[in-house]
Design a protein around this ligand. Structure first.
Ligand SMILES: Nc1ncnc2c1ncn2[C@@H]1O[C@H](COP(=O)(O)OP(=O)(O)OP(=O)(O)O)[C@@H](O)[C@H]1O
Ligand SMILES: [Mg+2]
Length: 265
């Protein structure tokens, strides 16, 4: 099976500033890759490369087995339909209500309002916010805005979702809800994802817990028996253009590398 995403020896500089200096990694189908690293290490840039919004200076990038490195803007449209993007802060249009925000792409395509509403309600149910459909972004809490951002990313049922610090600035219980949505996408929907985060607590939860369907058909959050060695989630850490760690959460937390120790302490 092709990886959902693969970087092969990718280089990227902005002027003199080297951002990615020979980076290779894979996101397996249906799995989550947690991407960590200090501020300015190229995490958001990596997500932009996956979307084809930036071109690398060297190396190859594959999405769902397809080499997207040299594709034209027109060809990239098809690739982007496989990918949902959850931006930091939710990035909602303030002048549009939740319905219009979530349905934005569909309205743009000329889909009839009735059909848009059916899809939007389905996505809002997934993030447990159907009652907010006619609210304006200014009426929502920070956590609700993020959930609307996730609902919007789910339109079109993408196989891949890119999360750029979806829990930044949220309190712990609200972050928990967001992480559990990412888990539900991974464990129930089989979506592949890159999850960029600075929040160690969220990374640990994502890697050490999973969502299952119990006998009554209800979703349950349960701990992995192997702690953060469950095979659903892997970690990559960037520093100065290089991958300085790649592996399971248990391995990351056991690392003796002084920089990593400081990062996770
Ligand atoms: N379009 C651009 N032109 C020039 N420099 C850029 C551009 N985009 C990003 N950079 C620079 O590249 C570096 C990496 O940026 P990036 O946004 O990928 O970092 P990040 O790891 O996401 O950081 P943060 O944790 O702060 O979000 C930063 O120094 C940034 O200033
Ligand atoms: Mg960033």
């Amino acid at each position: 099976m092709n990886p959902a995403i693969e970087f092969k020896d990718v280089y990227l500089s902005f002027g003199e500033q080297k951002i990615l200096d020979g980076v290779s990694f894979r996101v397996k189908q249906g799995k989550t890759l947690i991407l960590m690293g200090g501020s300015g290490t190229g995490k958001s840039t990596t997500l932009k490369l996956v979307l084809g919004l930036l071109k690398p200076d060297g190396g190859r990038i594959f999405v769902d087995g397809q080499d997207i490195t040299d594709l034209s803007e027109r060809e990239l449209i098809e690739v982007r339909q496989k990918i949902g993007m959850v931006f930091q802060e939710g990035a909602l249009f303030d002048s549009l209500n939740v319905f219009e925000n979530v349905g934005f792409k569909l309205f743009e395509k000329g889909v009839k309002e009735k059909d848009v509403e059916r899809v939007v309600r389905q996505m809002l149910r997934f993030v447990d916010l159907e009652e907010a459909i006619y609210k304006m972004p200014s009426e929502l809490s920070g956590g609700m805005r993020r959930r609307v951002g996730i609902a919007r990313a789910l339109v079109g049922h993408p196989k891949i979702i890119l999360f750029d610090e979806p829990t930044a600035g949220l309190d712990p219980p609200t972050s928990c809800t967001i992480v559990e949505l990412a888990m539900k996408l991974r464990d129930i929907e089989g979506v592949s994802s890159i999850f960029v985060t600075h929040q160690l607590r969220d990374a640990r939860k994502l890697a050490s817990e999973k969502i299952i369907v119990d006998e009554a058909g209800k979703l349950q959050v349960v701990k992995n028996e192997q702690g953060m060695n469950g095979d659903s989630t892997e970690f990559v850490m960037l520093k100065e253009g290089k991958i300085i760690f790649e592996g399971s959460g248990n391995e990351l937390w056991a690392s003796q590398d002084p920089y990593i120790r400081e990062f996770i302490s």
